[in-house]
Design a protein around this ligand. Structure first.
Ligand SMILES: [Zn+2]
Length: 340
């Protein structure tokens, strides 16, 4: 976290959830978020929760995922948490480094994803976050866990992304060199028998590595050009990914707790407590969240008061109507009315 001017507190961070458009991303390195007398700079491009992870999150509360899908979901969730740990480290970098989080790029019909790209004075540093924990035995091609499970050495995939990025940069007439590192963010990760190479960063090395980056006090014109082009080339969504099969009729109905995700089958009053964890929540916000869950699972289906009354579980239909009216745009009349 960077603060300007020093000595003021607390701070508020503007996130892309507050403004999803791309011009926001492009401009935001120079936006100083002013709130409660303090300001702080955020990444040039912030990370948002991937849509696929959101879909799995919603489905996991409303249906039983089979073992394979459950593992896929948990792995993605853990990966996202690991990326968040990396973000906390890169937020400490000075303004001379432009941080682009979570880029999905395409070159010659081939997609590649970058967890974090540090646009430094004359180098681009590509970072891949890994949230592994426990003992792993290093191998040039594969890692072996103490349980015997074998996984691909993540540097192999990263190396492919590095090459694709270099080709893309060449097409953009960018001559900056690219370095790539796998960053192991979990303090409980132990790597044994590692060869002496420098393509990975262990949890205890992250901050000292970041301090070695060559940075000017402010980004130069080429840094800004490249950062802007890459943000513009960023794809919002992955190409069609395999999802679990789900149907509206088979999903559990209700509202899910913000804190523990437990599904509450009914709602009443302005505030209610989660029966599972005791969290006190605003019912309007719960309903809004429930409607957003529906929209992410069924983007093609119409959002109507009747459908949302069924989806959100038993409760006052008027509350649903008011939330729809206040937060979405009405289309159509009478029986055809729906919200977008
Ligand atoms: Zn709860």
């Amino acid at each position: 976290m960077r603060r300007c001017p020093p000595g003021n507190s607390p701070t508020k961070k503007i996130t892309p959830f507050e403004s999803q458009n791309e011009s926001f991303y492009r401009a935001n390195a120079y936006i100083y978020a002013k709130s409660h007398n303090e300001v702080r700079i955020i990444a040039y491009k912030e990370r948002t929760k991937p849509k696929l992870l959101r879909i799995y999150e919603v489905l996991s509360t409303r249906m039983s995922l089979d073992w394979e899908n459950q593992q896929y979901y948990l792995n993605h969730q853990k990966g996202f948490e690991g990326e968040g740990v990396l973000d906390e480290s890169t937020e400490t970098l000075p303004p001379g480094c432009l941080v682009l989080n979570d880029l999905l790029l395409e070159h010659r019909n081939s997609f590649f994803q970058i967890d974090a790209l540090l646009v430094c004075a004359d180098t681009l540093v590509l970072l891949e976050a890994k949230n592994y924990e426990g003992v792993h035995y290093w191998g040039a091609e594969k890692f072996t866990k103490s349980t015997g499970t074998v996984l691909e050495n993540p540097y192999l995939q990263l190396q492919k992304s590095k090459v694709k990025l270099e080709i893309l940069l060449q097409s953009l007439s960018c001559r900056m060199k690219v370095e790539a590192y796998v960053v192991y963010v979990n303090p409980e990760f132990i790597l044994l028998q590692a060869q002496n190479n420098d393509n990975y960063i262990l949890p205890s090395q992250i901050h000292s590595y970041l301090r070695t980056l060559k940075l000017n006090s402010q980004p130069n014109a080429e840094q800004k050009r490249i950062a802007d082009v890459l943000v513009r080339l960023h794809k919002q969504d992955y190409p069609a990914t395999k999802l679990p099969v789900y149907q509206y009729e088979h999903l559990r109905k209700g509202l899910s707790c913000f804190s523990c995700n437990a599904l509450m089958t009914s709602f009443i009053g302005h505030y209610m407590h989660c029966p599972a964890c005791g969290e006190r929540m605003n019912v309007k916000r719960l309903i809004k969240n429930g409607i957003d869950d529906f929209r992410i699972l069924f983007p093609e289906q119409k959002v109507t008061t009747n459908r949302m009354s069924d989806w959100c579980g038993s409760g006052d239909k008027d509350r649903i109507y008011r939330v729809l009216k206040e937060n979405y745009q009405a289309k159509g009349n009478n029986h055809g009315r729906h919200y977008v």
